[in-house]
Design a protein around this ligand. Structure first.
Ligand code: C2E
Ligand code: CA
Ligand code: CA
Ligand code: CA
Length: 277
């Protein structure tokens, strides 16, 4: 039991939740899933909007469940976060992403690989050391990685989050604010944190060619990011019209179903070979 708590698992609290037994079994399932190799790394290309060049990928995890099939992260990330299992999962995603990145480099393909971090990761004092291990293991420079964090993850414990982020940034990794504009956005954090990239949330992008309000928000966010010297990325590009509009507004990079859905990591090289902007 002591070992479980070291993983960050919460102690059992009978009063807390009627479905504790169910939760406990999901936690067991997640732990088994790591051992049984049931998680899959999917990646979605990040594209320069002016040239169409592939400049990076975002790692997105999937769970190939033996009975339920492909389980999407929204169904288990929040739970993994609550129980602390996310730390194990984040390390797995970093390791897989590192393996992919160095394999691509050996083939002459140089991409920055983005990995999502959650609140618990930011509160993990050992995260910089774990990240250092991954770099050594795969012989990668820290600049091969971009770490995406959400505003709400930072707000949970801003002082500690800032410390962790500063240590990571000092190593040379890029930091990105994900889902920008949807959290309890505090512009003060943008000023104080060592951020390199802003990611405009897809809710503002999906339908922006038909919604003048969305267009105004996106335009202002791009200008804000650029005024602060940041790279601006849009997610949720589902049409050529939206790509063109974003490019005209000066948005640097984008990702979305129009270019590619997230694909299995071993399909990436083939996808890049076939990609014509
Ligand atoms: P996110 O980080 O905001 O990732 C973007 C989500 O938008 C992904 O969903 C992606 O598949 C989806 N998406 C990309 N382009 C489009 C588009 O054009 N249209 C639409 N409608 N959707 C698009 P996904 O893969 O289901 O991931 C959902 C969320 O789960 C992620 O949101 C992220 O918060 C979390 N997540 C995924 N993988 C990881 C992980 O390895 N670690 C952590 N901590 N969280 C993860
Ligand atoms: Ca993300
Ligand atoms: Ca996002
Ligand atoms: Ca999101």
């Amino acid at each position: 039991a002591a070992k479980q708590r070291n993983d960050g698992a919460v102690a059992y609290d009978a009063a807390m939740d009627k479905s504790s037994a169910k939760s406990l079994s999901l936690l067991t399932e997640l732990r088994n899933a790591i051992e049984r190799n049931e998680f899959r790394l999917h990646v979605q290309p990040k594209i320069r909007l002016d040239t169409g060049e592939v400049v990076g990928v975002e790692s997105l995890v999937r769970w190939a469940h033996p009975e339920r099939g492909n389980v999407f992260p929204d169904e288990f990330i929040p739970f993994a976060e609550q129980t602390g299992f996310i730390r194990v999962l984040t390390r797995w995603v970093l390791d897989q992403s590192g393996a992919l990145c160095s394999q691509l480099q050996r083939q002459g393909i140089h991409l920055k690989i983005s990995v999502n971090l959650s609140t618990r990761d930011l509160l993990d004092q050992d995260l910089p050391a774990k990240f250092r291990d991954i770099l050594t293991r795969h012989q990668l420079a820290a600049g091969s990685f971009c770490l995406e964090i959400t505003e709400s993850a930072i707000m949970d414990d801003p002082v500690r989050a800032q410390q962790t982020l500063e240590r990571l940034h000092a190593m040379g990794v890029d930091l990105s604010i994900d889902d920008f504009g949807t959290g309890y956005s505090s512009l003060a954090y943008l000023k104080r944190l060592p951020v390199d990239e802003l990611k405009i949330d897809k809710s503002f992008v999906l339908n922006m060619e038909n919604d003048i309000g969305d267009t105004k928000i996106v335009r202002s966010t791009i200008d804000l990011g650029h005024n602060m010297g940041l790279r601006v990325v849009a997610e949720g590009i589902e049409s050529e019209a939206v790509w063109r509009l974003l490019a005209a507004l000066g948005c640097d990079q984008g990702q979305g179903y129009f270019m590619s859905r997230p694909i299995a990591a071993d399909k990436l090289v083939g996808w890049i070979a076939a990609w014509t902007p």
